[in-house]
Design a protein around this ligand. Structure first.
Ligand SMILES: Nc1ncnc2c1ncn2[C@@H]1O[C@H](COP(=O)(O)OP(=O)(O)OP(=O)(O)O)[C@@H](O)[C@H]1O
Ligand SMILES: [Mg+2]
Length: 1015
């Protein structure tokens, strides 16, 4: 037994060693040949050795300016490529002969694994040598499940072999004693299943379908470059400005930036910023530049440095799910090329705590809410030291209500719990950056660079004025308008929007920001009415493809406004559209098929869609006057880098708005204040709850609220505020005082609340609802479960239509109606309401409205057609989609909540399946494709119909073939989809591998057998 255990342990070491060695391969650098200790496994040892013993390393890292010396151009060195090819040839020849049992034979071949008749090719001695894999050629991709077939065949093979080996031990390579050989063959028979499982999965996951040995070797070159960069990071003094060929990163990163982004050189400010002393020393940093200044690239370079050179995980926080998905897609290719994981934490996606990766670092790309849960889970599992860097985009969102409070909590916890985690914040210019610097103990870099000049104008009556803060009234006369409008047209368009847009379209692009959703649709319709027929002739074919796709995305239904406007090259864009429609519209606008979008402010902060001219239809958002930051975001969309030489914005004003508008366009930037006290101090409450839960003390002085307490804690001191919160949490039974009478401790309910990120206002209701649910859980339909995960905060956003309610109620089965009555919505009540009668009996209207929303979700789950459900309930399809996505997110919150409370055990399995159902409310066969970031239903259907039926199909697809065969899929999209699929597949495979490793690891605290037993 004991021996068995130690064998397993030996196996683990050897298998890991192999994968590390595979990265090194046979490549040139002498340092490796010197047999120095392994880089990735023990960086400390390596650092020592590099200083003390290894001459070659000293040579690389001398104080020469370019630390890579000649070494940085390895990839361009044809002689080296020739050498690689030569090595490949030799390898092939070796493969033909029975392999001697050497280190080389132990190296995994990342050649793609597919079902093959050659699998049976006998390999006389070692069932696990990679010669088995070498036998697999690059046959065309056959129908799947390949990995399963492969696995099956290998298992059979291994069984045969182990029998063989038992009978004929001499066939094993003999480098060690017979005794050892015997042990070894047993060991191999035992380890075979796990190893083959791992290898099959990893081979499939990591290798693209046509990866040659040369490609693998090139990968190794990159890994060597990274090790040199790591070495550089460790050894150069702080004064050195340039750590390597590309800001401390391998040349390959520079090449990838060009290949994948089209970015050849960095802007001057980007270079300056990356070379700042504080950046080199990994101090916290806030940098602020105007919109479109190129802030993201700097953050990405720092992330790559952390991932590749310091081998630490990174967290990138973005404000919206769509932005997270876009980033995941954009960075997946970098992950594949540079060998790190890109993990999506948005909506219902993301594991807590994240899967531990032994050999790879991870980049978590997360929404604000998910980032908070992620940090909580890392603290709880004592893994904060693995988090090297946290990047927050749009840092000014700290001042944005409850989401701001969540960012503040997250950052404060990171600051407190891990001194070695660097924090980088990006933002447009802020009025009180000093406060944020104090909070984050950060340096600041500010620059007003903008790649394309932005000219701001306002329109008052028939005159255009340029915004100029130096002028007394902020406005300087620019030009008089002389549009020839008929009286009818003047009536329709008193603000001359049509004239203003036709100055730029169709040759250039234009965005028109409108105060309401309805207004967007009306303005788009109005402009079309007066456009010339010429507009219809442009890019006709692409427009009809767009219309067709819009129709397909609506399962045959097409928005009548879009049907009218798209042929003219116009569309509207707001949250009433489905995310699929929005994406189609965005893509068509980016590609120039559409030249004008009318939109709400959501577009300003969302996807990067610049325009030559931006028009603000009015200085209002619904009924609120614009804030300066909102105005700046919107006008900041003007000017496309690399396309336009100038961008311009025009704010349309009425006379009475003149004074307020002066303030809007010329005032200093707004200040950003802590939001922990927002919404009756919800943020502070949940912060204190999680601090007690995580056992963190003396913490609050690390918050922005502490920094700003003089302004924000006027009525009560921060200390009094905290006292009050503690009392409230006690009242709510979320925390208690421990037996010692002093220490606070979190209750089970409290723990479930912060672990599930459940709003404190709802946690007790949720507990009661779930408990009541257990008494008579209806399981022959989804309705009851769906009701339990219908988010409480959506209730106020929808008023039931009683006739619809009643009609839907009558369609329920008897047991469903009974369940509805049990939660507090009896049929009689709905019937009376529908008949317009008054109801005396008191009912909880929140429950009634929640059940109405549950009915919407229930219909959606049943028929998966957003449009018909929207029609039936007379709600906008955008609202229904928001309801669906927040329900799936809430469902995963409830799942985490129930995981902490033993009494709710039956919910766990049920809710994990329901989360999946709600996340992908589509035909089941499309789900695996839709797990890939950014693949929506329509795209999934197209892919499915074209034969790409599983994630593995997609991961192995040739992007060129995809873009040829799938309608309206451009090369870039095809590349990104395939890269994301590969990343996801390798993530899944690696997670399984970790599980296998975990199972096979010898526990360190295993009771030791006594000596006599061993004998
Ligand atoms: N060095 C560069 N050369 C060319 N293009 C660049 C460079 N750096 C960034 N860009 C491009 O500029 C555009 C805007 O960059 P980015 O999105 O980072 O701006 P931003 O500063 O974050 O603006 P916002 O505040 O609007 O989010 C992107 O399309 C990006 O690819
Ligand atoms: Mg940005």
């Amino acid at each position: 037994m004991n021996a068995g255990n130690s064998e397993l342990k030996v196996k683990r070491v050897s298998s890991r060693k192999r994968s590390r060695d595979s990265l090194k391969t046979h490549l040139t650098p002498t340092r490796k040949r010197g047999g120095g200790p392994c880089l990735q496994q023990c960086p400390t040892d390596w650092r020592l050795s590099s200083i003390m013993a290894d001459e070659q390393a000293v040579e690389f890292c001398s104080d020469s300016e370019d630390l890579f010396g000649d070494y940085d151009s390895i990839l361009e060195d044809s002689s080296l490529l020739a050498k690689l090819d030569e090595v490949e040839q030799i390898e092939r020849q070796l493969d033909v002969q029975p392999p001697a049992h050497t280190e080389a034979a132990d190296q995994p071949d990342f050649t793609s694994l597919r079902p093959s008749k050659d699998v049976q090719k006998p390999s006389c001695e070692d069932i696990l040598t990679d010669s088995i894999l070498d036998g697999l050629g690059d046959e065309p991709f056959e129908d799947l499940p390949a990995s399963l077939l492969q696995f099956q065949e290998q298992v059979n093979e291994s069984v045969k072999r182990s029998r063989l080996q038992d009978g004929d031990k001499t066939s094993t390579p003999s480098r060690t004693s017979d005794r050892n050989m015997e042990d070894k063959s047993k060991r191999k028979a035992r380890r075979s299943v796990a190893d083959q499982l791992k290898r099959t999965m990893l081979g499939n996951a990591t290798a693209p379908s046509n990866v040659s040995r040369t490609a693998v070797l090139k990968e190794a070159v990159v890994s060597e470059e990274i090790s040199v960069a790591m070495q550089a990071m460790e050894t150069v003094s702080a004064e050195t400005t340039d750590l390597g060929p590309f800001f401390g990163l391998p040349t390959k990163v520079k090449d990838l930036m060009y290949k994948l982004r089209g970015i050849k050189t960095l802007y001057d400010w980007q270079e300056t910023c990356l070379n700042l002393d504080c950046v080199q020393q990994r101090k916290n940093l806030i940098y602020s530049l105007p919109t479109s200044g190129g802030k993201t690239l700097v953050a990405e370079i720092l992330i790559l440095r952390e991932l590749l050179c310091r081998k630490k995980d990174c967290l990138f926080i973005l404000p919206y799910i769509s932005l997270v998905q876009e980033k995941v897609r954009g960075l997946a290719s970098f992950g594949l090329e540079l060998d790190f994981m890109v993990e999506e934490y948005a909506g219902s996606k993301g594991k807590f705590p994240p899967v531990k990766r032994r050999n790879k670092t991870s980049l978590y790309i997360a929404t604000i809410e998910k980032a908070h849960s992620l940090v909580n889970s890392l603290i709880e599992s004592s893994r904060m030291e693995n988090l090297g860097l946290v990047v927050v985009d749009e840092l000014h969102m700290l001042g944005d209500g409850s989401r701001g409070a969540i960012i503040e909590m997250t950052l404060a916890k990171v600051l407190y719990m891990s001194k070695s985690t660097q924090i980088i914040g990006m933002s447009a210019t802020l009025g009180n950056i000093k406060d944020l610097q104090t909070f984050l103990r950060a340096e600041n870099y500010t620059n007003d660079f903008r790649p394309v000049q932005l000219k701001e104008y306002v329109k008052l009556k028939d005159t255009i004025y340029e915004v100029d803060p130096k002028e007394d009234e902020c406005f300087r006369f620019s030009r008089a308008l002389n549009f020839k409008y008929s009286s009818g047209m003047q009536k329709m368009d008193p603000d001359h929007i049509i004239a203003l847009v036709t100055e730029v379209i169709p040759a250039h692009s234009c965005l028109v920001f409108c105060p309401t959703k309805k207004n967007c649709e009306n303005v788009a319709g109005m402009i079309c009415k007066y456009l010339k027929e010429d507009f219809l002739q442009l890019r006709q074919e692409e427009k009809s493809v767009l219309l067709r796709e819009l129709r397909e995305s609506g399962n045959g239904s097409l928005c009548p406004v879009l049907r009218r406007t798209v042929p003219y090259g116009l569309a509207y864009h707001h949250s009433g559209l489905t995310s699929e429609e929005r994406k189609l519209v965005e893509e068509a606008y980016s590609n120039g098929v559409l030249c004008l979008l009318t939109c709400t402010s959501t577009l300003a902060a969302g996807i990067n869609l610049p325009a030559r001219r931006v028009i603000l239809r009015s200085p209002y958002l619904a009924t609120d006057f614009l804030k300066r930051s909102q105005y700046k975001q919107m006008v900041g969309r003007a000017g496309r880098a690399g396309i336009d030489s100038v961008g311009e914005s025009i704010l349309i004003l009425q006379d009475k708005e003149r004074n307020m508008a002066q303030h809007l366009v010329c005032a200093p930037m707004e200040k950003c204040f802590s939001n922990l006290k927002h919404d009756e101090g919800k943020g502070l409450l949940s912060l204190i709850l999680s601090l007690v839960g995580l056992n963190v003390r003396d913490f609050l002085c690390g918050t922005l609220l502490y920094v700003q307490q003089e302004q924000l804690c006027v009525e009560r001191s921060l200390w009094e505020e905290v006292q009050q919160c503690v009392e409230l949490l006690k009242e709510k039974n979320l925390i208690t005082v421990a037996a010692d009478g002093q220490t606070l401790q979190v209750t089970k309910l409290g723990k479930a609340t912060y672990k599930g990120s459940v709003d404190l206002a709802h946690s007790d209701v949720l507990y009661k609802d779930l408990s009541k649910g257990l008494e008579g859980l209806l399981l022959n339909s989804y309705l009851h479960l769906v009701y339990l995960v219908t988010p409480y905060d959506m209730i106020s956003q929808c008023k039931p239509d009683w006739m619809t309610y009643f009609r839907q109620f009558t369609l329920l089965s008897a047991s469903e109606q009974k369940m509805s009555a049990a939660v507090g919505v009896p049929e009689s009540f709905v019937a009376r309401k529908a008949a317009g009668q008054s109801v005396k009996k008191s009912v909880n209207m929140e429950v009634v409205s929640r059940m109405y929303l549950a009915l919407v979700l229930f219909s959606l789950l049943k028929e998966t057609n957003l449009w018909s459900v929207a029609d039936r309930f007379q709600l906008s399809r955008g609202f229904i989609q928001t309801l669906l996505s927040s329900s799936s997110a809430f469902c995963s919150c409830v799942l985490h909540f129930t995981e902490e409370l033993e009494e709710f055990w039956p919910f766990r399995a049920l809710l994990s399946e329901l989360t999946r159902r709600l996340s992908y409310c589509v035909r089941a066969e499309l789900i695996p494709l839709m797990e890939v970031a950014g693949v929506m239903e329509l795209r999934a259907k197209q892919l499915y119909n074209a034969g790409y039926k599983t994630l593995t199909h997609l991961a192995n697809a040739d992007p060129a073939v995809l873009s040829r065969t799938i309608e309206n899929m451009f090369n870039k999209q095809a590349n990104q989809i395939v890269a994301s699929a590969k990343m996801l597949l390798s993530e899944k495979a690696a997670a399984l591998q970790e599980e296998v490793d975990e199972l096979l690891t010898l526990p360190s605290d295993l009771p030791q057998a006594s000596n006599t037993e061993q004998v």
